[in-house]
Design a protein around this ligand. Structure first.
Ligand SMILES: [Fe+2]
Ligand SMILES: [Fe+2]
Length: 240
């Protein structure tokens, strides 16, 4: 199966993107091992996450419509956002992937989704943070966080993406914000639980509200609603 996918990618994706895809495959497998998920499944999701990355906008729209997907105004304006959903369709129809969690992880890799599965979280982070994305201090922080708290890592990766999108005057898809808010809340809840189990604590929402609010970032071509460059992650955002 892996060789079959690689052969397909060689015909449909530039070599530079294949390096990114292999980086995502590797990092998704590494994170899966860290979080006791099936490594092979996560790596397979990584290998297939960008199958439709270079499909033309019209093809993305046609395939999404044929599948009955909801296509909102931001997607009409930027059909490239549909490459995640369409990559899942290609994985199913061309490579026979039936595991719904793998297909969902592929479909969620750009915009995320509130409450998404552990596998989706891992693929979302691997796509943004694989080594080919660069080695800025912000990315180094996010990579460390991805092994400590998935919720914080996803929240702050969304912030990193949002910062980039704002700076480059790109459209922002509402699901990026919904994902960010959901994982921000989850990270705060995790922190409260940690404080309670550590014995008492003052903290809580009031204290959290005094902390600087997050900013964001992403990768515009994927359009990124994910990161590529962008500004520094304020250390004060890191709760851990
Ligand atoms: Fe992608
Ligand atoms: Fe990607």
């Amino acid at each position: 199966m892996r060789d079959q996918v690689l052969a397909w990618l060689a015909d449909n994706v530039p070599a530079s993107r294949i390096n990114h895809i292999l980086g995502v495959e590797q990092m998704a497998g590494d994170l899966a091992r860290h979080y006791n998920l099936n490594v092979e499944t996560a790596a397979q999701a990584g290998l297939m996450h960008d199958l439709a990355k270079y499909f033309k906008p019209q093809r993305l729209l046609e395939m999404a419509r044929a599948e009955g997907l909801e296509i909102d105004q931001v997607m009409v304006a930027n059909p490239h956002l549909l490459h995640a959903d369409v990559s899942a369709i290609v994985a199913r129809d061309t490579f026979g992937v039936e595991d719904e969690e793998v297909l969902q992880a592929i479909a969620n890799h750009t915009l995320g989704r509130p409450g998404m599965s552990l596998l989706s979280c891992i693929l979302f982070l691997a796509d943004s943070l694989e080594p080919g994305r660069g080695d800025s201090p912000e990315l180094q922080i996010l990579r460390r966080l991805s092994c400590q708290s998935l919720a914080q890592a996803i929240w702050l990766t969304c912030d990193y993406s949002l910062q980039f999108l704002l700076k480059t005057h790109c459209l922002i898809h509402p699901r990026t914000i919904a994902t960010r808010n959901w994982f921000l809340q989850r990270a705060k809840n995790e922190q409260l639980q940690t404080q309670r189990s550590a014995g008492g604590s003052s903290g809580g929402c009031d204290e959290q509200a005094q902390r600087p609010a997050g900013d964001g970032s992403g990768d515009c071509d994927e359009q990124a609603q994910r990161s590529a460059g962008g500004s520094a992650l304020p250390q004060a955002q890191i709760i851990a």
